[in-house]
Design a protein around this ligand. Sequence first.
Ligand SMILES: C[S@@+](CC[C@H](N)C(=O)[O-])C[C@H]1O[C@@H](n2cnc3c(N)ncnc32)[C@H](O)[C@@H]1O
Length: 278
Amino acid sequence: MFKVEQWIMAAVVVVAMGGGAVAQEPAPQEPYTPTIGQAGKDVIWVPTPPDLVELMLDLAKVGPQDFVMDLGSGDGRNIIAAAKRGARGVGVEYNDDMVALSARTAAAEGVGALAQFVKGDMYEADISKATVMALFLLPSNMEKLAPKFLALAPGSRIVSNTFGIPGWDPDQVAEINDGECESWCNALLWIVPAPVDGRWTVEGGGVLALNQEYQKVLGTLSTSGDPAPASVAGTLNGAQITFTAGNARYTAQVTGDRMQGTVTRGDQELVFVATRDR
Ligand SMILES: C[S@@+](CC[C@H](N)C(=O)[O-])C[C@H]1O[C@@H](n2cnc3c(N)ncnc32)[C@H](O)[C@@H]1O
């Protein structure tokens, strides 16, 4: 994971990014050239290094089926790199000059039809159609955006340069291991879990009560005939839930208020279906 120096560097940049006044915008030039550290509305501009852009897109398994969004898209590099993998994408950026620069670069690199850029505020953007969010924002920005992330379709992926979403552990962390990377070496991945919190009636008899915290679930399973409820502990990978209860292992696909899959006990495998009580 992180070396001590990287944490120090990250901490320094967190302060600088939040401060918003590290460097002044250069006087308008032609062509426009952004300056690392230039002020932004809620976070300064620091670009994600190209190797890390690719690692983030690898981690999210970005392909032609995806619709990728970047909030605070800077010079457009995440969306342009995604477009080169065949994905459609939209970058939302508050700085007009950066929006225009991104569009020019996308066109020059032959992906203008797939990669689009709009002037906007990250907190106002409609991200509901995104299958992947590729981001480089501060934890404070991520925290404010987390409810919108959780409302994305289950299985949508969020990848971030270095910074986390407070309270929500990443599903995976990858690091650039070339022996030379000194800062911005880590990519974090979250997979949006299906919402499963609540009380479910198990077909054939039983009640499953689930308490969900992001991709983790705890609860109880009361089965008719059993003297006491069994403790439940499990995880979600998008719409797939896996949990154990007593000596049984459950795996099911969640679709809205229904989950269907199998329960395995020893060498016996049976169908498992539950519907959420409303
Ligand atoms: C750390 S940079 C990341 C740039 C790019 N995503 C990358 O990975 O290279 C953050 C960007 O967010 C932009 N920004 C700051 N506040 C914003 C807001 N409220 N809405 C949209 N963009 C914003 C800044 O102008 C800057 O370009």
